[in-house]
Design a protein around this ligand. Structure first.
Ligand SMILES: Nc1ncnc2c1ncn2[C@@H]1O[C@H](COP(=O)(O)OP(=O)(O)O)[C@@H](O)[C@H]1O
Ligand SMILES: [Mg+2]
Length: 331
C-alpha cells in the first residue's frame, strides 16, 4: 500500500499509529503523551485485520495521566507492550540508519530487539542483564566508599556472568539466523557480500572477580556483553564507518526484509512492514527491486511524498491531506 501526500500531511503519523496499534508503542518516542493530539487528553487506535486468515481486532487507548491499555479481540492485555507477541510489525524510518551508522549501543539495542521478536521468551533478557550490571556497579561504588566488603560483589558476579552468557547465546543465535537472509536481501538490492559479525563472550564469575580492582577504580563493569558490538560489513568494508549513506540505508532495509522472512518462517505469519520515506534516496532500479520484493508477500505500507515513487501499481493507494482544522485525513 502506498501512502502519499504532501510534507506534513500526516503520513508518518498514520504509520506511527499503525505501529502503536499493533505493537503498543511508538517507534519514535517512549513518551506516550506525545502521541495524543495537541490539546486533547486521550488517543485511541482501533484496527481490524486478519492474522493467518483469522479475523483479529486490536485496540490501544492512551489517556494522559492514566496510561495505556490494549486489547486483542476485546480481551484486555496486561500491558500494551504484550501486543508484540501477538502481532509482528517491522518498521523502517530514516532514523533507523543509526542501526548501522550509530554507536555500538544502537546496534546492541537493535539486535536485542530482534532476539526478542524471534524468541519472545527472551525479550526481557537484555534489560535483565542490564539491571544485573547496574546492581554490580552500585555494589562496586559501595565497596569503594567502604560501605560494604568485596565479598558483597560475589552474587552480582554470578548474576552478570549467568545472564551475560544467556544474552551472548541469544544474540549469537539471532545474528546467525539473520545473517544468510540479510546477505541475500542485501545482494538483491545491490549491496554485495554483506555480512554480520558478532563475537561476544560473556565473562565468567571468576573473570569478573579477577577484575575487581580495575572495576573498583572506574566504578563500572569493564567487561561483558553490554560492551559488545555487531559488525555490519560489505566484503572487507565496515559499513558502520565506511558505508555511504545509501549503502547504510540498503543495509538497514536488508536487515528488515531478512527479519521479515525469518519471522514468517517462525510464526507462520508475515509481519506487517511499515516503511517510512524509504524511497526518496533509492535509485529507480533499487526502488523496483524493493517494490517487487514487497509484492512477493505480506502487507507493507510505504510512504512517499510523490505518488509515482513506487514502481508498478500499488495494491492500494491512500492519500493523506491536511484538513482545514489542521488534522489529517486519509482517503
Ligand atoms: N501530538 C500531535 N498532535 C497534533 N499534531 C501533531 C502531533 N504530533 C505531530 N503533529 C503534527 O503532525 C504533522 C506531521 O505529520 P507527519 O505525519 O510527520 O507528516 P508527513 O506526511 O510529512 O509524514 C506536523 O504538522 C506536526 O506538527
Ligand atoms: Mg513523514
Amino acid at each position: 500500500m502506498l501512502v502519499t501526500g504532501p510534507n506534513g500531511a500526516g503520513k508518518t503519523n498514520l504509520l506511527e499509529s499503525l505501529h502503536v496499534g499493533t505493537q503498543g508503542f511508538s517507534p519514535r518516542t517512549r513518551a506516550d503523551a506525545q502521541l495524543v493530539r495537541f490539546g486533547r487528553d486521550a488517543a485511541r487506535v482501533a484496527l481490524r485485520g486478519d492474522r493467518a486468515g483469522v479475523p483479529v481486532e486490536l485496540e490501544v487507548t492512551l489517556e494522559l495521566g492514566s496510561g495505556k491499555r490494549a486489547a486483542v479481540n476485546g480481551a484486555r492485555l496486561r500491558a500494551a507492550e504484550q501486543l508484540r507477541s501477538e502481532v509482528a510489525t517491522l518498521v523502517f524510518t530514516p532514523d533507523r540508519l543509526v542501526v548501522v551508522k550509530g554507536g555500538p549501543g544502537a546496534r546492541r539495542a537493535y539486535f536485542d530487539r530482534v532476539l526478542g521478536r524471534l524468541s519472545p521468551a527472551r525479550s526481557g533478557l537484555s534489560a535483565e542483564y542490564g539491571a544485573a550490571v547496574g546492581q554490580r556497579n552500585a555494589a562496586l561504588r559501595r565497596v569503594s566508599r567502604g560501605l560494604s566488603s568485596r565479598e558483597a560483589l560475589a552474587p552480582w558476579n554470578e548474576q552478570v556472568s549467568r545472564l551475560g552468557a544467556e544474552l551472548v547465546e541469544g544474540r549469537t543465535e539471532a545474528v546467525e539466523l539473520l545473517r544468510p537472509r540479510f546477505r541475500e536481501r542485501a545482494g538483491e538490492l545491490g549491496l554485495a557480500a554483506a555480512e554480520l559479525a558478532y563475537e561476544g563472550t560473556a565473562p565468567t564469575a571468576a573473570e569478573l572477580e579477577a577484575r575487581t580492582d580495575r572495576d573498583l577504580e572506574r566504578g563500572t563493569t569493564g567487561i561483558g556483553p553490554h560492551l559488545d558490538d555487531v559488525g555490519v560489513l560489505a566484503g572487507e568494508r565496515d559499513l558502520r564507518a565506511f558505508g555511504s549513506q545509501g549503502e547504510q540505508r540498503l543495509a538497514v532495509l536488508a536487515l528488515l526484509l531478512g527479519e521479515a522472512e525469518l519471522l514468517e518462517e517462525r510464526r507462520g505469519v508475515r509481519p506487517l512492514l511499515l516503511l517510512d520515506d524509504v524511497l526518496s534516496e533509492l535509485d529507480p532500479e533499487r526502488r523496483r527491486i524493493l517494490a517487487d520484493r514487497l509484492r512477493a508477500g505480506g502487507q507493507a505500507l510505504v510512504t512517499s511524498a510523490s505518488a509515482n515513487a513506487l514502481p508498478g501499481e500499488p495494491a492500494q493507494t491512500v492519500t493523506v491531506e491536511q484538513a482545514v482544522d489542521g488534522t489529517s485525513r486519509a482517503a
